[in-house]
Design a protein around this ligand. Structure first.
Ligand SMILES: *C/C=C(C)/C=C/C=C(C)/C=C/C1=C(C)CCCC1(C)C
Length: 238
């Protein structure tokens, strides 16, 4: 069998490798810190750990796939997102539950996140010729989630859940608005439709590389950062 090493200029493989390590380290941290977490916040911190753990397993796989084939592990990327993004919705639900969040709010968030991801997958894999259309549909679901956490039910409930929860929810809302917005940038770089027909990376192979690097950076920021905000909240309020 051929022995595969990461070439020093292979930034895609490098970010898959660093992503694997970062997700593993974050998972160990969240899981071990459960011992020092009050009962009130234990489920939230556990979910933070599950998000990074699921990502660590996928990253380990995607790292190997990318190294062996040189291609984008798009299918496993989306399997990861389909598991972890709804878990981030669970985080919003858990921290606003004390202020009276209903299970219907959780389903609304999960439904919107599934629409966002399924339409994104269709645009990347099943119907790339119409990638702009699918990207716009996905973006609409994304804006709905951003609306819920900035001005809708999540924001309102967080306001009545005490200053610490309100503050943490505002930081998480910034993650959704800025951190999550990195993903459509990767999509625009990597899909044939580009930005409403304008291609930012001409060569298809380079486009996929750019997309993978952007997605890998976004995942590290959003999964680990999101979890750390929840962790910090669990320290301030026990
Ligand atoms: C841990 C993984 C996370 C937080 C993934 C988030 C993914 C998105 C916010 C993806 C959004 C997309 C659009 C808004 C339009 C283009 C297609 C997507 C799926 C890349």
């Amino acid at each position: 069998m051929e022995h595969l090493t990461i070439a020093s200029d292979n930034y895609v493989a490098f970010t898959f490798f660093i992503g694997t390590m970062a997700m593993m380290a974050a998972s160990v941290f969240f899981f071990f810190e459960l011992n020092n977490t009050s009962a009130k916040w234990r489920t939230s911190v556990l979910v933070s750990g599950l998000i990074t753990f699921i990502a660590a397993v996928h990253y380990y796989y995607m790292r190997g796939y990318n190294l062996e084939t040189g291609e984008s592990p798009t299918f496993f990327r989306y399997v990861d997102w389909i598991l972890t993004v709804p878990l981030m919705c669970v985080e919003f639900y858990l921290i606003t539950k004390k202020a009276g969040a209903k299970i219907a709010l959780l389903w609304k968030l999960i439904f919107a996140s599934l629409v966002m991801l399924i339409t994104g997958y269709v645009g990347e894999v099943l119907d790339p010729a119409q990638s702009v259309l699918w990207g716009v549909l996905s973006g609409a679901a994304y804006f709905y989630i951003a609306y819920l956490v900035w001005f809708g039910e999540v924001a309102k409930l967080a306001q009545s859940a005490g200053p610490q929860v309100a503050k943490a929810t505002k930081i998480l809302a910034w993650f959704v608005l800025v951190g999550w917005a990195i993903y459509p940038l990767g999509y625009i770089l990597g899909t044939p439709g580009g930005l409403f027909g304008m291609k930012l990376v001409a060569n298809a192979a380079d486009a996929h590389k750019a997309m993978d690097i952007v997605y890998n950076i976004a995942d590290a920021i959003n999964k680990i950062g999101f979890g750390l905000v929840i962790y910090a909240l669990s320290r301030k309020e026990d």
